[in-house]
Design a protein around this ligand. Structure first.
Ligand code: LMR
Length: 341
């Protein structure tokens, strides 16, 4: 089934306007890397989630202050802090969802790929701990480069004998949000009704916004499609440039990750018709083991991959280059993961 058929306005509306499925949330959610520039706003926004019973916040330093501060907010989610690798196991035990954001972030002139050298070991160690302490958790990775770190994590989970492709995601929601925002602005469609699939990976040349499949449909000129595509592909670089040494996007990435994790939690709790895109193990593209496209989420994680759908000629051309870039980055992650494990 193509995502064009499944991403009907009704499905989109369901995705956006769900209400809590139960008044007593059950899920314990860990954030690994909670005290950094992304971790703090993400922890704050997750503290306000109605679907979380307990938020387990982990970092190497400074968790006590963050947790004391957050615990004064009168929302349901209880706060527990864990500091240093000695406490990582306790942090992860009992978690149904783990949000991995630890690692260094970009500075001007860097690609996401430039972070691999330093972040790969962090991702490997944290994934190994997830495999040991909460092997059934949904593992959602935001640490860049996502295109390499998700395949890396898959190798570690396989080595530990706990890999289930339905439970491992690279969060690419911010790309979908960026595409929705520029499309809504150009077409005038209300933002809460708009949905633009973003396919491929999470880097400038590996992500392909499929404006031809956007809902509600509007006919765009080739110039407009090119302009919108460039703006989505360059959005993260634009933020890195304007922050001029202050790092990369944090608030928009936190908001997007919050949407994704809430969707995962709702699906775990039995809510139907939850659709989000993410970078997962997939056979959506021949010869490419990982790919981001819209997914139907369920009680075990990915229930159905909704596939690539029909691409325009322009999108298909972009996809060729995207696949070539992705292949290299996926292999790099797999090789590191194999060697580390
Ligand atoms: C983003 O898309 O903004 C994040 O992945 C951060 C980055 O370095 O681009």
């Amino acid at each position: 089934t193509t995502c064009r058929r499944l991403l009907t306005p009704a499905a989109t509306a369901l995705r956006r306007y769900y209400s809590p499925i139960s008044d007593s949330p059950r899920n314990r959610v860990a954030i690994l890397g909670a005290c950094g520039g992304l971790g703090q706003p993400l922890s704050l926004i997750m503290k306000r989630s109605e679907y979380i019973a307990e938020l387990a916040l982990y970092d190497k330093v400074d968790t006590a202050g963050l947790c004391a501060d957050l615990s004064h907010i009168s929302t349901k989610a209880a706060i527990k802090g864990y500091q240093g690798s000695d406490q990582l196991g306790d942090c992860l035990t009992g978690c149904s969802v783990v949000l991995m954001i630890a690692g260094i972030r970009r500075q001007p002139g860097m690609h996401r790929d430039s972070l691999f050298q330093q972040n790969a070991t962090i991702v490997a160690e944290l994934t190994d701990a997830v495999a040991k302490h909460c092997p059934k958790a949904q593992l959602c990775i935001l640490t860049n480069p996502i295109n390499s770190n998700v395949p890396l994590a898959a190798e570690i989970l396989k080595h530990r004998g706990v890999h289930d492709p339905r439970r491992l995601y690279g969060i690419t929601t911010v790309d979908s949000v960026r595409a929705d925002v520029v499309y809504a602005k150009l077409t005038g469609h209300p933002l809460d009704k708009v949905s633009v699939p973003v396919l491929g990976g999470h880097s400038g040349h590996s992500l392909v916004p499929a404006f031809s499949q956007a809902q509600p449909h509007s006919r765009l000129s080739p110039e407009d499609v090119r302009r919108l595509t460039e703006s989505v592909r360059g959005a993260a670089d634009a933020i890195v440039a304007v922050k001029a040494g202050g790092g990369s996007a944090t608030l928009s990435v936190a908001a997007a990750a919050h949407r994704f994790v809430n969707s995962v939690l709702l699906a775990l709790d039995g809510r139907q018709n939850i659709i989000e895109s993410a970078f997962v193990e997939s056979d959506a593209m021949p010869d490419l083991p990982f790919f981001s496209c819209p997914l139907l989420l369920g009680q075990n994680g990915v229930e159905r991959n909704l596939g690539v759908g029909q691409l325009s000629e322009y999108e298909a051309e972009l996809m060729k280059a995207a696949v070539a870039e992705l292949r290299v980055q996926i292999e790099k992650g797999q090789e590191f993961g194999l060697a580390w494990a």
